[in-house]
Ligand binder design. Structure first.
Ligand SMILES: [Fe+2]
Length: 201
């Protein structure tokens, strides 16, 4: 074996990953950097604050779908297991679009569960399992919270000239949440499975 020289130690040290590094923040949450997108700081700041609220609620709604996808019970298990997962994936796409718009406006997007929990307006569900009708009702309530705030924030963005935010909120967030609401709500119509309502035996 070749004895190690000081030079070899230096070379190896250069090739060793420098893990466990800590650093200070380069942009604190709630502070904006100016981006060359022809929008005033005031407009960007308002849009970032509104988008972070929608982001926290969309992350929560996505996680609520996953919770119900896993904890589901009953004869509609298979179809709802698939539907809840599809909606969770679609909400995940919205999460990414909203978060990236916050960054392009010069803001800092909310990201971690602790911060999401402090910010979301969607009520906290129990840790345990719920029946299907309660799960769907809870999801519908969450969708309605998102729809109400998103429409109001979309109008504000349009009034401020932030057309990109308005388009994202209307074309993606509002339309997707409305569609998912429809697919959920029809499951809560109390209709018999195997006979026409009101017929005699
Ligand atoms: Fe799954």
């Amino acid at each position: 074996m070749t004895p190690q020289t000081p030079q070899a130690d230096t070379i190896l040290a250069r090739a060793t990953p420098k893990a466990h590094q800590a650093g200070h923040e380069i942009q604190p949450f709630g502070h904006l950097v100016r981006m060359p997108i022809a929008l005033s700081e005031r407009v960007c700041s308002e849009s970032v604050a509104n988008l972070n609220q929608i982001l926290a609620d969309t992350i929560t709604l996505r996680d609520l779908y996953k919770k119900h996808h896993w904890q589901l019970v009953g004869p509609t298990f298979y179809q709802l297991h698939l539907l809840f997962d599809k909606h969770a994936e679609e909400q995940s796409e919205l999460v990414d679009k909203v978060a990236e718009r916050i960054q392009l406006l010069g803001g800092v997007s909310i990201a971690m569960a602790h911060d999401v929990a402090e910010t979301t307006l969607i009520p906290r569900p129990p840790k345990g399992r719920e029946q299907v009708a309660a799960q769907i009702s809870r999801l519908l309530h969450a969708h309605e919270i998102v729809l109400k705030e998103t429409r109001a924030m979309a109008r504000k963005a349009a009034e401020s000239g932030d057309d990109g935010t308005n388009d994202l909120l209307v074309s993606d967030v509002v339309r997707r949440n409305e569609l998912q609401t429809w697919f959920l709500a029809e499951h809560l119509v109390d209709t018999p499975l195997a006979r026409v309502d009101g017929t005699e035996d």
